[in-house]
Structure formats: C-alpha cells, structure tokens
Design a protein around this ligand. Structure first.
Ligand SMILES: O=C(O)C(=O)C[C@H](O)C(=O)CO
Ligand SMILES: [Zn+2]
Length: 273
C-alpha cells in the first residue's frame, strides 16, 4: 500500500508565527515506517521525497507516484535507500542485499523499486538530470569526518555515503552521523545552507528517549521533540541541530543547487537566539 502526503514550502516569516502543532504539521517527519506499507512525504523543498517502506514479509513495489507525474518514480529522479532494520533486499534492475546501515543509490531510470525481507527502508529521492550508475555503499566505503569534543558534548563521526568523494550523484548528498558515547549535540555549532534543503531522521534512540531538534532562523529558533525513527524537514533558511537524551545516530540528506557539503554558512554561538 502506498500513501503520499504533500508538504508545501513555508517561508521564514510565516514559520515565526507557528505554534507547536503548526511546526509539527509542516516540519516533523513521523509515522513513515508501518508494516506492509510505503509511506512518502512529497516536499516542495527542492522536490525532495522522504519516506519509509517496511515489507514485513511481503514484497512492496514502489512504482508510480501521482505527485511526480511520471509513469514510475525513477523516470526523472534518483533515489537513496537506507536500511535501518534487519537484512532485506531491494530490487531495481538488480537485487541488492542490504544489512542495517547500508545505503543504496539508485540512478534515474532504474525502474520500479521492490522492497522485501526484514529491512526497514528509509527512502530519499530528488529530481535528477542524468543517469548515474546504481551503487550499494557500506559504511567502510563512506568518507569519514570526526568532529566535536567531549568538553562540548558534541563528539561525533560523520559518515558521508553519497558524497562527491565517494561517488557521483545529481542532487542527493546523504550520510549518517553517529554520536560518541556521552555526547548529545549534533550539528552544533549550527549552520544554514541556502542552496540546499536537508532532511533528518533520528535512529537508534531508545524508545523511551527523545531528541530535541532545533530548527528555524538562527535568531528565531524553535524546537520539536522527535522520537526514534522520526525526523525533520529543514528548509534552506533553517538551522538543523539537536540534542538527544540518550545516544543516537541520524541520517541526513540534502538536495539543491550543488553537492558541496562545505557550502554552508556557520552560525556563531553568540548569534543564536
Ligand atoms: O553532526 C553534524 O554536524 C552533521 O551531521 C551535519 C549534517 O551532516 C549537515 O547538516 C550537513 O549539511
Ligand atoms: Zn546542514
């Protein structure tokens, strides 16, 4: 079963007036992993799609998505699938056996995508302008950046899976950041990048714990409480950062005008409000 929710783009002035409910309706990502279902959120931020597929013992086929206006989702798009569950198989032309933490890049024109096995598949897709080879990327093939320190509670490792240093993509830049033991802050100091939107999915958070996700303009920050397997859509004008009440990892994904991970404007600690 396929369901698709559309999220329109919100400007920063409008977001300033949002209460908790409106913030969550527009920017919170939740409930995308349901047994036997494919659930997508079609955003108007760089037309990024985020979603989940949980085959739970049957085959789930992702093919036509009416919001895309094409016969099949990958006709004019590229996709990254991240397995956050048990062993599973993704079929798109070839069969890809995916373990937890693996990422699969599917190039434009790969055809319908079939999900099966015990995986919980996180789906990311953006429009593409050319066909690039599909590729399964495991964590040891990803580029790695160690950032932060224990003293500032932000010691973490950024694993860049779909990134120019590892492979070519059209728009998607995707990776996973793991917090080191005792550190809670991701992406602090914060940044914005006007040329790319970003999507977050928090994973490996114990069920009774949470992350306090920060968003908004640097001088107009807002927070959303997010649980395991939930996340946030970050417009290009928004910071994206968070602190967990327990150890966690998160999957970040960007789409937009360039694939330059370093094309960001840092926000000074003293400038945050
Ligand atoms: O912990 C971090 O810092 C991140 O993982 C930052 C994200 O990768 C990001 O925001 C990329 O623009
Ligand atoms: Zn970012």
């Amino acid at each position: 079963m396929l369901s698709v929710e559309t999220r329109h783009a919100i400007d920063p002035a409008t977001a300033r007036g949002f209460d908790t409910e409106a913030l969550r309706r527009n920017f919170h990502v939740g409930g995308i992993f349901a047994d036997g279902e494919i659930k997508l959120i079609y955003t108007h931020y760089d037309r990024m799609i985020v979603g989940g597929a949980v085959p739970a013992g049957k085959d789930l086929v992702l093919d036509e998505v009416p919001q895309c206006g094409t016969d099949t989702i990958l006709a004019r798009r590229e996709m990254v699938v991240v397995n956050i569950g048990g062993e599973g198989i993704v079929r798109a032309g070839s069969d890809y056996a995916m373990a937890k933490g693996d990422m699969l890049y599917l190039g434009m024109g790969s055809g319908p995508v079939t999900f099966s096995g015990g995986g919980r598949f996180y789906i990311l897709s953006a429009p593409a302008h050319k066909t690039l080879p599909s590729r399964l990327i495991r964590i040891d093939e990803a580029a790695r950046i160690d950032l932060g320190s224990q003293a500032t509670s932000n010691e973490r490792t950024i694993h860049q899976f779909v990134h120019p240093e590892v492979m070519e993509s059209c728009q998607l830049v995707v990776g996973m950041t793991k917090l080191h033991n005792g550190s809670v802050w991701n992406t602090m100091p914060a940044h914005v990048h006007d040329r790319r939107m970003e999507a977050y999915l928090y994973v490996d958070l114990p069920e009774d714990q949470m992350a306090v996700h920060l968003m908004g303009e640097p001088t107009e920050t807002r927070h959303m409480i997010v649980r395991n397997e939930e996340g946030a859509i970050s417009p290009p004008w928004s910071i994206h950062s968070g602190a967990g009440t327990a150890s966690y990892a998160f999957i970040w994904a960007m789409a937009g005008d360039n694939v330059n991970y370093k094309d960001v404007e840092m926000v000074g600690m003293g400038d945050m409000r």
